[in-house]
Every structure is written in structure tokens, then in C-alpha cells.
Design a protein around this ligand. Structure first.
Ligand code: ADP
Ligand code: MG
Length: 602
């Protein structure tokens, strides 16, 4: 068969295959065009998930009849004035969107440039371009896309339910909206508004955070840690949610590179890494990251839909993100999510006040520890002995401890007053009360101590009076024995015992009277899961977490007031102590105001 040049409509339909994958991608192109046109308000209508109709109306610069006619031609763009593919100042630049969309749908453009006497309208149906005709329209542009993919029935078959397609489109608009808080956005499904983002004015960072919160949830503002870091000309700004403010999926993770919403596996990995020891693997943080870097350092032209970018130095970007988030998390100290307390309060039957129920930590939570005269009550070294604080199990737990340590009430986590159900510590603070989950809290402390001990080059070991034999089965015992040397470095000394068992001779001193059987079984499961490819080095923190979990004071163990206060003081002094290793909160806070509300006093 002879070689021939393809007709333009076919070429456009082929391009549409990449650029316009589903209604949401058409929406993305059209809304980007409106943003590029300098719009201050963009209204979108999506009927049947966008398949029947996508209408995007803006109050931007507009086009006259000639320009409009050119705009629907392939590779026609106003956005590369100097032919400079590096320094791209607009969201668009490929000049492909309108001709692609026009080749697979019935497209109509209506536009009136600022100051023009009248508007013009133009139709493109299945790639066939009409003539511009006069129309009535206010300043700005309205683009309508009807019967998307009617000209390419194969693609039509891949569309999901209208509801799903609508959600994809809304996600696209939300992401664009987050990068442009000064623009108002709305989306309607033809009968009702499904998204309404008012323009945010005022101070730039505040406007940005307010817009993000409008998308991810109002309580994000109270649960977000600000990020601001720079390395070698790469700037990272944004917000990272507290670990306790987590989600079941990674959908609420937003990345912007030079103002462009993108998806990037590298960044997803960096975020996971940054949170790895404060969040279980099945939970995901909420983050909004804005990276700004010189255009030479990033290529945005690697994906037809411009949804991906390529970094010249991805290691640098990764390191910057991990470093900035970890730093912010460490600075958050023992802060836990406000929504946790809000939810607790909700469960108690309170309906209002949702947003006021959060714990505001002092700017430097560790500070009170330095107060003169307090050292005796809050010895820093106490946590070392905490696991071994072996009061006889029958030691009476004081129900009321009349002002034993009145000063302690001025600490952020207050003075311990009682232990309930041998599991929860109730403490009185200056402005309310704190309930601490003793196991979760202690697990966190042990974990942080282990990390620190590791960093300082050695975990202290403690011999067992009676070595403990653990039955694992031949394969598991052999697998674990292979790792004996690595585990010894962590303070856990095991030897093969024969008959599918191992014997544990020493444990990390930090662990105290740990549940050794459970610990060794969990470790053996984990080692099996990692296979032989991973060096234990990479998994150190996972192992620490397992060790910490088994070595921590159990729920159900009775604590004395001194132990409880020691635990509270340690929490205040320990980074990341607001959540356990799985992202669950270690404590909740109720303010007096909230308690008064519960009793109808307010
Ligand atoms: P690109 O955005 O890559 O330039 P498009 O096919 O999306 O390519 O658009 C072609 C041109 O049409 C744009 O460069 C712009 O000049 C013009 N245009 C498209 N949409 C609008 C709009 N909403 N308002 C004003 N001009 C627009
Ligand atoms: Mg465009």
C-alpha cells in the first residue's frame, strides 16, 4: 500500500487519543485556556459527566473572529511568542487542545475580546470547521463541547458512569483551583452546583491555604504544618497535614510544579518516606506541595496532557521534600489532629463548636522542661527506666491525686490526675483536660528512643535471666537465624535452638519486660515478607516499630501518678509524640469551653 500523508481530521483525532482521554481531560484543557486568558471567574457545566455537554465560560481576554478561526487549527497557539520551549509561561503551549477536541465532538466557541463591539461564534463538528458568525455574548469566552467522542465510538466505550467522569473532572478543577486562589471556580452538573470556590484575596499564603482548605476540608487549616524550604535553587512551599489527620487513599495529595498541577511517582514516594514512621502503610497523609524551580531544571513537555514532568535532579527534589516534611513533623512535637478531639466530642453528643475543639500547643512545647525546680519531677532520664518501672501490679492507682504537682498543670499536657480502665491517663491542663492512650504514647516514646540510640551507634542490651524459646517452624526459624547478626546490632540476641525454634538471650534494654514471644513472631513474619533482597538496614525503622510496639507499656497496666507524669513530660519532650507509629493519636484534648458546651453552659 502506498505511503500517504494523513488528512488533518485524522491527525487531530490521533492527537485527541492522547490529549483527550476522557471528559476530565477536555475540561482540563479548556479551564487551562481560561486561566491562561487571565480570567477571574470560570464556570463549568458538565451534563452526563461531560459526555453530553461540557461548557466552560470565562471572563478572560477573549478572541476576535480571525483568532478564533486560527485557534482551532492544529499547532496554533498564542503562548510561545519567542519560540522558547524552555521558559514556558502559560499552562498551554502545544496548540493541540481545541483542534483535538473539535475532531471528536461538536465544538462551539463564542468569544468577545475586551472592548470589542460584538461577539463571534464558530462551530467545529467532527473536525469540519464552519465560518465565524456574529453572536451575542459578554466579554470573555464560552466554549461548548457536545457529544464528546461521538466521532470516535471506540473511545466512547471506555467512559465510566457519568458520576465517575464528573468526579474526575471536579478533581481536575480542584487541582487547578488550588494553584489559583484568586480565580473563582464553579462546577454544575446541569441542575445543581457541585463545586463552588470563591476567589480568595488578601495575603498570598493565607489565600492559598484558605483555597486548599476549601478543597480538602475546612479543618485542614488547623491541622496543617507550613513548609518552606530551599535547596540549590529549588523552592518548596506548602502544607503537610498532621499524621493523625490522615486518609484511606493518597487522593488528597497535591503537587504543583511551577504553578502546574502534576502527578509524579517520585513525589508520592518522597511523601510516603517522610511519613513512614508516623503513619501505618494503609493510611495516607494530606499534603499540598508547591515546587518552584528554574525552567531549565524541569521538563514539562514529556506528556501530551502535561500531567507529568521530569526533573533534571530528582534526588534533590526528593531530598528536599522528605527533609522539609520531616522537619515540620518534628517541630509539631506532640501535637495531634484537632479532628480527633472534635470527633470524640461529637461522639459525646455535642453538635456545634466543631472547629474550636483543638489543642493549640505552645510555640515551643519542650520549653517548660527547662524551668528551674522542675527537674526533680520530670527527670529526663526517666523514660529510660519507664519500661522497667515495675510497680507490683496490685499497686493501688490513686483516683484523686490532690494537687500533687500543681505546677504540672502549666505543662502543655498537664498534670496526671487519674488512670481509667488501666489504659487511659486523664490529665488536667490550664484550659481543659487531656486523655492519653498510654500504650500508644509509650510506644511512640520507645520508638523515638530506639531511633536515637541507633543513630548514636548502639542499642543497650539486657540479658534475660531465663532465655526464652520461641517455636516458629523450620523455615521461619532458619530465616530469622540468618539475620541474627543484624538483629544483635539492634539489641536482640537470638540463636537457633533446633527443631524449628530460636532462643532469645538478650533484648534491647529499652524494652523492659517485653512480650518476647509476640515480638519474635512478628519479626519473623516481617523478615519473611521482605524476602532476602532487602538488607535489614533499610528496614531498621520497621523493626524498631515492631520492637517498640511489643516493648511498650500495655493497655491494662496500672500506673502510678509519678509514672504517668513522667510519661506526659516525655511526650512533651519527644518529637512526633502526637501519634503512635500507625498514625493514631496518642492523646485527645478537650477544652473547658467544650466541656461547658457539652453541659449546655454555653
Ligand atoms: P494552547 O493552549 O496550547 O495554545 P489550544 O488549542 O488550547 O492551544 O488553544 C489555542 C489558542 O486559542 C490559545 O493559544 C489561545 O490563544 C486561544 N484560546 C483558547 N481558549 C481561549 C480562551 N478561553 N480565551 C482566550 N483565548 C483562548
Ligand atoms: Mg490550551
Amino acid at each position: 500500500m502506498p505511503i500517504r500523508l494523513l488528512p488533518p481530521t485524522l491527525v487531530n483525532q490521533i492527537a485527541a487519543g492522547e490529549v483527550v482521554e476522557r471528559p476530565a481531560s477536555a475540561v482540563k484543557e479548556l479551564v487551562e485556556n481560561s486561566i491562561d486568558a487571565g480570567a477571574s471567574r470560570i464556570d463549568v457545566v458538565l451534563v452526563e459527566g461531560g459526555q453530553a455537554l461540557i461548557a466552560v465560560t470565562d471572563d478572560g481576554a477573549g478572541m476576535d473572529a480571525d483568532q478564533m478561526s486560527l485557534a482551532v487549527e492544529r499547532h496554533a497557539t498564542s503562548k510561545l511568542p519567542d519560540d522558547d520551549l524552555v521558559r514556558i509561561r502559560f499552562l498551554g503551549f502545544r496548540g493541540e487542545a481545541l483542534p483535538s477536541i473539535g475532531s471528536v465532538s461538536r465544538l462551539s466557541l463564542t468569544s468577545r475580546p475586551r472592548g470589542a463591539e460584538s461577539a463571534w461564534s464558530l462551530m467545529v463538528e467532527g473536525g469540519a470547521k464552519g465560518q465565524p458568525v456574529p453572536a451575542a455574548h459578554p466579554f470573555g469566552t464560552r466554549i461548548e463541547v457536545r457529544d464528546l467522542f461521538y466521532a470516535t465510538p471506540a473511545r466512547l466505550k471506555f467512559l465510566k458512569a457519568p458520576r465517575t467522569e464528573l468526579n474526575h473532572a471536579v478533581d481536575v478543577i480542584e487541582r487547578l483551583g488550588m494553584a489559583h486562589p484568586d480565580i473563582a471556580f464553579s462546577v454544575s452538573d446541569g441542575s445543581r452546583k457541585v463545586l463552588d470556590l470563591a476567589a480568595k484575596r488578601g495575603e498570598a499564603d493565607a489565600a492559598l491555604l484558605a483555597r486548599i482548605a476549601a478543597v480538602v476540608g475546612r479543618d485542614f487549616e488547623a491541622n496543617a504544618l507550613g513548609l518552606d524550604a530551599e535547596r540549590d535553587g529549588v523552592r518548596l512551599k506548602g502544607w503537610a497535614g498532621l499524621p493523625t489527620y490522615n486518609r484511606a487513599t493518597a487522593a488528597a495529595q497535591y503537587l504543583f510544579v511551577n504553578g502546574r498541577p502534576v502527578k509524579d511517582r517520585l513525589v508520592v514516594g518522597a511523601v510516603r518516606g517522610a511519613y513512614q514512621d508516623v503513619l501505618g502503610r494503609d493510611r495516607h497523609p494530606v499534603v499540598a506541595l508547591f515546587l518552584d524551580l528554574a525552567p531549565e531544571w524541569v521538563d514539562v513537555n514529556v506528556h501530551p496532557a502535561k500531567a507529568e514532568v521530569r526533573f533534571r535532579d530528582s534526588g534533590l527534589v526528593r531530598g528536599l521534600i522528605v527533609g522539609a516534611i520531616r522537619h515540620a513533623l518534628a517541630g509539631a512535637g506532640h501535637r495531634a489532629s484537632s479532628t480527633v478531639s472534635a470527633a470524640a466530642l461529637g461522639a459525646l453528643g455535642n453538635s456545634g463548636g466543631h472547629n474550636n475543639v483543638y489543642y493549640q500547643p505552645p510555640s515551643r512545647p519542650g520549653l517548660p522542661l527547662l524551668r528551674a525546680g522542675m527537674a526533680a519531677q520530670a527527670p529526663l532520664g526517666l523514660a529510660e527506666s519507664l519500661p522497667g518501672l515495675d510497680l507490683p501490679p496490685s499497686a493501688p492507682s490513686p483516683i484523686f491525686s490532690e494537687m500533687e504537682e500543681p505546677e504540672a498543670a502549666t505543662y502543655p499536657l498537664g498534670a496526671a490526675r487519674a488512670q481509667l480502665h488501666d489504659t487511659y491517663i486523664v490529665a488536667q491542663t490550664e484550659t481543659g483536660l487531656v486523655i492519653v492512650d498510654q500504650h500508644a504514647a509509650h510506644e511512640r516514646l520507645v520508638f523515638e528512643r530506639m531511633k536515637q540510640a541507633l543513630a548514636e551507634g548502639g542499642v543497650k542490651r539486657q540479658g534475660l535471666l531465663l532465655p526464652e524459646v520461641v517455636d516458629l517452624g523450620e523455615a521461619a526459624a532458619a530465616r530469622l537465624a540468618e539475620r541474627a547478626e543484624d538483629l544483635a546490632a539492634l539489641g536482640l540476641v537470638i540463636e537457633p535452638f533446633g527443631g524449628g525454634a530460636v532462643v532469645v538471650r538478650e533484648v534491647p534494654a529499652l524494652l523492659g519486660d517485653a512480650d518476647i514471644q509476640g515480638l519474635v513472631r512478628d519479626l519473623s513474619d516481617e523478615v519473611a515478607e521482605w524476602g532476602s533482597s532487602h538488607s535489614l538496614e533499610e528496614k531498621l525503622f520497621d523493626i524498631c516499630a515492631t520492637l517498640a510496639c511489643h516493648g511498650s507499656v500495655r493497655a491494662g497496666r496500672r500506673l502510678g501518678i509519678t509514672e504517668m507524669n513522667a510519661l506526659l513530660r516525655q511526650m512533651e519532650a519527644t518529637p512526633l509524640s502526637g501519634q503512635c507509629n500507625h498514625g493514631r493519636p496518642t492523646h485527645v484534648t478537650l477544652s473547658l469551653t467544650d466541656i461547658e458546651k457539652l453541659f449546655g453552659r454555653r
